[in-house]
Ligand binder design. Structure first.
Ligand code: AMP
Ligand code: SF4
Length: 444
């Protein structure tokens, strides 16, 4: 769960990267970093916390040059500490090289073990560092060839941006798990995990980096190489459900439209009569609007969310997470008292959030609660870069829907079907990774 951003050929490279990361803050709040290059030297500022906490005007002014890459991080492998904060940079026989990674390398441990046996010394516990070591060790001639050589060893999810003294390079893994897009403004090019960052800086979306594609920005041009041809994709469907911002376009599709469709199909599949529809803000807002439009039940604001704390489980420790739910949402008594409500959420993972919100709703005097979830039951953990707990902590892996309904104390509980989920995207099933719902993992 990370966001990556890159700027090529712009005098404001570091400032624009800062703004890009600002727009991608929802993808990770543990650390933020920018590395820039002026063609000879690289400059770096990386720290723990949010973009706003890490950078000041003075610090940004020191990041010189017309090319930069940036990263916001939420750890799914490796601990949450400063040495693991990205981008990482090395100076090797091929010159300066910095990397920012979104995804998760499934065979990182194995590769690291092998590299360490051959003498590599690792600075971090992050899976992304393995990629740099593989590149540095490659016997190929050019940097581009070395990168492609390194990628052949990787199994897993990786959207990457690299920065060298004179080039910016973007790569997406052969199955395209995580999104990555290109934009342009005047003679500058931009790379971002999500298109909402392009909107903020006034750049125009050009296209996605294709699965299995490497794009090299050099001499003011883009050079594309397909390093792996694949008939199938494994786009992470959870990006549409929860993770990406609704104002982004990912996988060439509007997240907003998909999310609204999730609510529409949910209302069609699992109808109910109620006085109002409310959402768990903010991630389920758009789906709840879709549910309301389809069911003709009015949408109301049932919870006010305190925006000045992180999302639940962005802070990895369980103690903080429980505390977070309590201070994060406050029910609006005026809207809710004495009503029968549809409570829409985008997903249930551990069940902690729903359990607490429902208790709060009952205290407020809600008469009936029909809980509707805009995705199927999550039964399996993710190994491709979205933070989900192990199976024993996933409520739907351990309880039936009826048992979950009783555990929550709601009047009804219904999930969207897998078919409904896929239909809502308007894309074919073969395009997606659905492993957290089906247990069918695209990569071992
Ligand atoms: P839980 O309390 O574990 O059931 O979490 C479910 C809530 O967390 C839902 O309201 C989701 O919007 C949100 N959520 C779902 N997946 C994730 C994730 N991978 N990281 C953080 N929050 C999530
Ligand atoms: Fe996304 Fe789920 Fe696949 Fe992970 S397992 S990549 S969360 S669809």
């Amino acid at each position: 769960m990370c966001g990556i951003f890159g700027v090529y050929n712009n005098n404001e490279a570091a400032n624009l990267t800062y703004l890009g990361l600002y727009a991608l803050q929802h993808r990770g709040q543990e650390s933020a970093g920018i590395i820039s290059s002026d063609g000879k030297k690289i400059f770096s500022k990386i720290g723990c916390g949010r973009v706003f906490d890490v950078f000041t005007k003075d610090k940004l002014n020191k990041l010189k040059g017309s090319c930069a890459i940036g990263h916001v991080r939420y750890s799914t492998t490796g601990e949450s500490s400063l040495p693991n904060a990205q981008p990482f940079a090395i100076n090797f026989s091929g010159g300066n090289l910095a990397i920012a990674h979104n995804g998760n390398i499934c065979n990182a441990k194995l590769l690291r073990h092998r590299l360490e046996k051959e003498g590599s010394i690792f600075q971090t516990s992050s899976d992304s560092e393995v990629i740099l070591h593989l590149i540095a060790k490659s016997k190929k001639k050019t940097l581009e060839e070395k990168i492609i050589d390194a990628l052949t060893y990787l199994k897993g999810a990786y959207s990457l941006v690299f920065l060298t003294d004179t080039k910016l390079i973007a790569v997406r893994d052969p199955l395209g798990f995580r999104p990555l897009s290109i934009a342009k403004h005047a003679n500058s090019y931009f790379i971002s995990s999500e298109s909402c960052a392009f909107d903020l800086i006034g750049a125009e979306y050009v296209r996605d980096v294709k699965p299995g594609e490497m794009i090299v920005m050099h001499d003011n041009k883009l050079h594309s190489t397909i390093f792996s041809e694949n008939k199938k994709n494994a786009f992470c469907i959870f990006e549409f459900i929860y993770f990406a911002r609704p104002d982004s376009k990912i996988f060439e599709t509007s997240v907003y439209n998909v999310r609204k469709n999730l609510g529409r199909y949910l209302a069609k599949e699992k109808p109910t009569s109620s006085d109002i529809v409310i959402s768990v803000p903010d991630s389920a807002n758009v789906a709840a609007v879709g549910f309301s439009e389809e069911s003709k039940i009015p949408y109301e604001i049932g919870f006010i969310r305190n925006h000045y704390i992180g999302r639940t489980f962005i802070e990895p420790r369980q103690e903080i997470r429980d505390f977070g739910v309590k201070i994060k949402y406050n029910p609006v008594g005026e809207t809710l008292k004495g009503k029968a409500i549809v409570l829409v959420d985008d997903s249930i993972v551990r069940g902690t959030t729903s359990k607490k919100l429902i208790k709060m709703l009952r205290k407020t005097g809600v008469k009936k609660i029909h809980h509707r979830i805009g995705s199927p039951p999550i039964k399996c953990p993710c190994f491709y870069g979205i933070d989900t707990p192990k199976m024993s902590k996933l409520i739907a892996a351990n309880k039936s829907v009826k048992e979950i309904k009783e555990f929550f104390g709601v009047d009804t509980l219904q999930y969207l079907s897998l078919e409904g989920l896929i239909k809502a995207t308007g894309m074919k099933k073969e395009n997606f990774c659905l492993a957290c719902f089906t247990g069918v993992y695209p990569i071992k």
